[in-house]
Design a protein around this ligand. Structure first.
Ligand SMILES: [Zn+2]
Length: 481
């Protein structure tokens, strides 16, 4: 069921030269090579917004996505405030110049976005973003989530409009306008809950994510791989109830009820008592049939009037990445709570590299349902064996694009971004702190202690050109930009 998720399916972004969008107006005089624009921090509390924007500006597949989305929006005549503002600012920030840009267009886009859903009491992402800015609550991760939700919403508007157009045109047009781009930040996890007593596996659930939030241990340092290992580890939940065990316990209780209610002489007993016996027997029969079948134990109509008892032998829970996104955002959760409930910042040093292999944290295609076994990560032995022969199965490899670093305490401080520049020089990275932008090296970046990390999927050039399946040589992987 998940074979399409492993290794394959990376869209190759179209070259940007095909996108003919108007660049935002900023005067480029004699362009000093290696000098890039910063973002003004007019109110003094915008560093969390500026660092988020700078970090998104490093992501080439996000830029391609926005370009294609805006081309589509022109065709269906729908204005997408945030996509347009972000595309413009990404262009500007990647064009060498001594100018300092502003984040005003992005803030205006939040005001112009109307994502209010009347059916929910939750604040819309645009309102939440504005409230973060106005209240000075500086949280780059929340800002990222607001932006991500809004972009996904804007993509949804275009998809809906294209569906409508196609619906009208199906008879007349040879449809070559199908919009296929998908949001590059969107990934899926698979989560499984299995009971240790009876082995029953609750339906494996897929949950969408735009960044993984990783918990940090209270120790001096740890690697990103360790955090991902912890995120995807099998966890035992002692007091979890199991649906099958609960229904079995309920069945036993109903049988007991019938037995106790039954009078010694079947011809005696009150009418109400006989009615209770009849009801309990009916429920018992229905439940017994349901349990003998292989069907869904959650929502069966036959359970409607049965009060279900809770029972279970403890469960195991595991989450794995089922569909790796093109852009993998990692949020390092640095909040730690003291005994008195006070929140402090966990300073644990994160060790990370400029490449990341997440193959071991993904589902492979054959989902394991035995409660004590991992869902389906490839074994270390298998990977080693295949690597030693020169071929390995499709790996899920990423390349570092940007990190957001937070200085200061849990309640106050300053955000800066380290990001890849668009220069041909592989070692040219930028340290952006609001209006100040400095050239740094990869070695400088890797010494930092990040709060958020953005990796972009490495595309296997050979595979995308020749469409060769499965086994690949590791060295053929390279970046798509
Ligand atoms: Zn069970």
């Amino acid at each position: 069921m998940f074979n399409w998720l492993f290794g394959g399916g990376v869209d190759n972004p179209k070259p940007l030269s095909k996108i003919n969008r108007k660049r935002c107006s900023i005067t480029h005089q004699a362009i000093p090579s290696g000098t890039y624009p910063g973002l003004r921090n007019s109110s003094g509390v915008h560093c969390f917004l500026n660092s988020t924007i700078q970090s998104l500006a490093s992501l080439t597949s996000l830029e391609s996505f926005l370009g294609e989305l805006l081309n589509e929006s022109d065709k269906v005549d729908i204005y997408l405030p945030l996509s347009e503002a972000l595309w413009d600012v990404i262009q500007t920030l990647n064009t060498p110049s001594r100018a300092v840009h502003t984040n005003t267009a992005i803030i205006d886009a939040f005001s112009l976005s109307d994502t209010n859903n009347n059916n929910t009491s939750l604040m819309s992402p645009s309102k939440r973003a504005l409230s973060l800015i106005q209240s000075g609550q500086q949280d780059a991760q929340e800002m990222f989530q607001c932006i991500s939700s809004l972009l996904a919403h804007e993509e949804g508007l275009i998809k809906a409009a294209k569906c409508k157009v196609r619906g009208l045109d199906t008879l007349t047009s040879s449809d070559n306008t199908t919009y296929t781009t998908s949001f590059p930040l969107a990934g899926l996890t698979a989560s499984r809950l299995a009971d240790l007593r009876c082995g029953y596996v609750e339906a494996i659930r897929n949950i969408a994510f735009d960044a993984l939030s990783l918990n940090l241990p209270m120790q001096t340092s740890c690697t990103v791989e360790q955090l991902l290992g912890e995120y995807t580890a099998i966890e035992t939940i002692e007091d979890a109830s199991c649906r099958r065990c609960s229904l079995e316990a309920t069945l036993a209780r109903l049988r007991q009820d019938v037995k106790q209610l039954m009078p010694a002489d079947p011809n005696k007993g009150s009418t109400s008592r006989r009615k209770r016996i009849k009801e309990a027997s009916k429920q018992e029969r229905r439940l017994s049939t349901l349990l003998s079948e292989e069907g869904d134990l959650q929502e069966d109509a036959r359970l409607k009037d049965i009060k279900v008892d809770k029972s279970g032998g403890g469960s195991t829970k595991q989450i794995l990445i089922a569909r790796p996104p093109r852009i993998l955002g990692l949020h390092i959760n640095r909040s730690a709570y003291l005994g008195n409930g006070m929140a402090v910042k966990n300073p644990c040093k994160i060790l990370f590299g400029d490449t990341l292999d997440i193959t071991a944290y993904t589902t492979t295609g054959a989902l394991e349902t035995a409660p004590r076994k991992p869902i389906s990560s490839p074994s270390k032995e298998m990977i080693e064996r295949l690597t030693s022969t020169g071929t390995i199965p499709s790996r899920v490899l990423y390349t570092l694009k940007s990190i957001v670093v937070h200085y200061g305490s849990h309640h106050s401080g300053h955000y800066v971004t380290y990001r890849k520049s668009r220069s041909d020089d592989d070692d040219e990275w930028l340290r952006t702190s609001d209006s100040s932008v400095q050239i740094v090296s990869l070695a400088d970046v890797l010494q930092q202690n990040p709060f958020m990390i953005f990796y972009e999927r490495a595309v296997d050039k050979k595979k995308s050109e020749n469409n060769t399946p499965n086994a690949q040589i590791l060295s053929t992987y390279s970046l798509h930009d």
